[in-house]
Design a protein around this ligand. Structure first.
Ligand SMILES: Nc1nc2c(ncn2[C@@H]2O[C@H](COP(=O)(O)OP(=O)(O)O)[C@@H](O)[C@H]2O)c(=O)[nH]1
Ligand SMILES: [Mg+2]
Length: 187
């Protein structure tokens, strides 16, 4: 996809800005939980592995703009690799997520970033998210490690979230929208 193509935004039936947001990261980091917390204001302790892709939508307002967020939540399982092309195609922003209590999930952020590059999404807004901030005693990833990763990948935005207590959940999504609207010169 050329950069010019990326500059075109999709408008919905009522003139709202439609944004496809993909949430990527290892299985179990809390992708589905974070989306559920934001969209439904709910949290589930049971682990229900996502099968295939779940698409949920959330209308919101940013400044005076109507936005329709379309969230694409993919399963981490390798057998669903065939879906990846459809999944990544046309994404307007990406949330790269790891679990602050799980080191491999943090180091795998590099691989998830490389997937974005592979699918020509280098230019879309990316936000790094360290989830499960409520599990303070089990934390494995400290700030300097995150800073280092951000520098390596050229990612400038980072939030620590908890899908359990809601810390920074709304902030992440507000930021995703803000960065995208700025990039598109809509605000
Ligand atoms: N303590 C805590 N547990 C979480 C948090 N987010 C998700 N979980 C739990 O982690 C597990 C995996 O979450 P899930 O959203 O299915 O991960 P996904 O595979 O990335 O979609 C579930 O048992 C969730 O209840 C969080 O912020 N704090
Ligand atoms: Mg899931």
């Amino acid at each position: 996809m050329s950069e010019e193509e990326l500059e075109v935004h999709v408008t919905g039936e009522n003139g709202e800005i439609v944004m496809k947001v993909i949430v990527i990261g290892d299985g179990g980091v809390g992708k589905t939980s974070l989306l559920r917390k934001y969209v439904k204001k709910q949290f589930e302790y049971k682990y229900l592995p996502t099968v295939g892709v779940n698409i949920s939508k959330q209308p919101m307002k940013y400044l005076n703009k109507d936005i329709n967020l379309m969230f694409w939540d993919i399963a981490g399982q390798p057998q669903f690799h065939l879906l990846h092309k459809v999944y990544y195609n046309g994404a307007n922003a990406a949330i790269l997520m790891f679990d602050l209590t799980n080191s491999p999930s943090f180091f795998n952020i590099k691989n998830w970033y490389n997937e974005l590059i592979k699918y020509n999404l280098k230019e879309i807004p990316m936000i790094l998210v360290g989830n499960k901030s409520d599990l303070t005693k089990d934390r494995k990833i400290i700030e300097p490690m995150v800073g280092n990763m951000m520098e390596q990948l050229g990612i400038e935005i980072y939030y620590e979230t908890s899908a359990l207590n809601g810390q920074n959940v709304n902030e992440v999504f507000e930021k995703v929208v803000e960065v995208y609207l700025k990039k598109m010169n809509l605000i």
